[in-house]
Design a protein around this ligand. Structure first.
Ligand SMILES: C[S@@+](CC[C@H](N)C(=O)[O-])C[C@H]1O[C@@H](n2cnc3c(N)ncnc32)[C@H](O)[C@@H]1O
Length: 399
């Protein structure tokens, strides 16, 4: 009963302030987010391009459909289902995709459905990729939510999750509490936004809450929808590594790694001290993650992939296997086929002539041994680690 009541508040918030507020456009989405490209996500999480491309994707808690539009656009052969608790957000999501043109030729392979994550069992069939960004932490029972999604994941499928982290949201939490204290009508979200804006306008310049807002959030928070999502939300769980892994473990899926791996490199924090790095080798993976977030508490969210077994991460350490494999250029590169371009994370890359010639020869058919040119196999492994190419094992009769 209590849970239904809390969920009704969440529904009311997103019907008042559908999120994200990005305006609709008549153009196809610009660029990419590799996490929403099935091939790129699979190559990252499991080390190999997926064999299957006729897949089904679920955008769970699609909001106003910015992610849905990319999922449709970046996966042209996929069937895409988008669900949300808020009818208002869902209607905008559908409009967004209709207007931009990504739906051309896709119907009925794309549907928008007013279904809650907790009721995902109502959806037909299983999904190869489930995207659930910014949603589970707003459920009355996030564990019930992740279990519900896990049950809809096909064997070998990937679940991409984004949830809030506690440590870097300290100022946000204080502001949320301050607004609530001053608010007469707790569920009047518009009044909450107005009080929040007045507080920021009044705080002294050197105030910690105001400084954080200005440095980190002000750009997106000029939209009331974002401001409300951040400061007047009726239901939010913020995780630590400990509680995050309780959530993950409850799903009974395999953890395949964070999708922002740069943050999780201990070397960037303790790399100057070989002694500390050696001590850290005794830690379990979770303890290592814990150490990283303790030393760099700016973290505001966790994003990661889970997978449904059977899964195997392809191992390219065997030279013969790699020589017989085939390669393709990564689908998320901005500026390719120039020799200098932006990588999957929009970071600049300048290839050497040898790397460039190799990548130009990656046609998805010719064995790597025949196109190596001046590169060695370790160079190829490095291109794959940097997500510049995708590898596939040589076709076997049993595949
Ligand atoms: C912060 S928005 C995120 C939207 C979108 N995923 C994105 O990242 O742009 C959260 C969305 O989750 C939806 N939501 C909350 N609880 C839900 C539930 N139990 N089932 C389905 N959607 C839910 C809300 O209506 C809202 O549209």
């Amino acid at each position: 009963m209590d849970q239904d009541y809390n969920q009704a508040k969440v529904e009311r918030l997103y019907n008042t302030y559908p999120f994200p507020p990005d305006p609709l456009s008549d153009d196809l989405p610009p660029g990419y987010n590799w996490r929403w490209n099935w091939q790129a996500a699979h190559n990252f999480a499991l080390g190999e391009k997926p064999k299957q491309n006729n897949i089904r994707i679920l955008d769970a808690g699609c909001g106003t459909g910015v992610s849905t539009e990319y999922l449709i656009y970046l996966n042209p052969t996929a069937e895409v289902v988008a669900i949300d608790l808020s009818e208002k957000a869902l209607a905008i999501a559908q409009q967004r995709s209709e207007r931009s043109g990504v739906l051309k030729g896709r119907s009925p392979k794309v549907t928008f459905q007013h279904i809650k994550i907790e009721q995902a069992d109502k959806l037909e069939g299983e999904f190869n990729l489930i995207n659930c960004v910014g949603v589970l932490h707003h459920l009355p029972d996030p564990i019930a939510g992740i279990k519900s999604l896990a049950a809809k994941l096909a064997p070998g499928g990937l679940l991409h999750v984004f949830v809030y982290a506690d440590l870097g949201r300290w100022e946000i939490q204080l502001m949320q509490k301050a607004i609530k204290l001053l608010q007469k009508e707790k569920e009047d979200y518009q009044a909450g936004v107005s009080i929040g804006r007045d507080i920021f306008a009044s705080l002294p310049e050197n105030n910690r809450l105001l400084k954080r807002e200005k440095e980190r959030w002000a750009l997106e928070n000029h939209w009331d929808q974002s401001f409300a999502d951040m400061y007047v939300h009726p239901l939010e769980f913020d995780y630590s590594i400990k509680t995050l892994f309780e959530l993950i473990d409850s799903a009974n899926l395999e953890f395949l790694g964070f999708s922002n791996p740069q943050y999780w490199q201990l070397e960037r924090l303790l790399g100057k001290s070989p002694q500390l790095m050696e001590l850290s080798e005794n830690l379990s993976l979770k303890e290592r993650y814990q150490l990283i977030e303790l030393l760099d508490p700016d973290i505001t969210h966790y994003e990661f992939f889970l997978g449904r077994p059977p899964l195997s991460r392809t191992d390219w350490s065997d030279d013969l296997v790699l020589k017989n494999a085939v390669a393709e250029v990564h689908p998320c590169l901005y500026g390719w086929p120039e020799q200098s371009f932006l990588d999957y994370e929009y970071q600049p890359v300048s290839l050497s002539d040898a790397q460039y010639n190799f990548m130009r020869s990656c046609d998805g058919r010719t064995p790597i041994a025949e196109i190596l040119g001046e590169l060695n196999l370790d160079n190829v492994r490095s291109l794959q680690d940097r997500q510049l190419i995708m590898l596939s094992k040589a076709h076997q009769e049993s595949d």
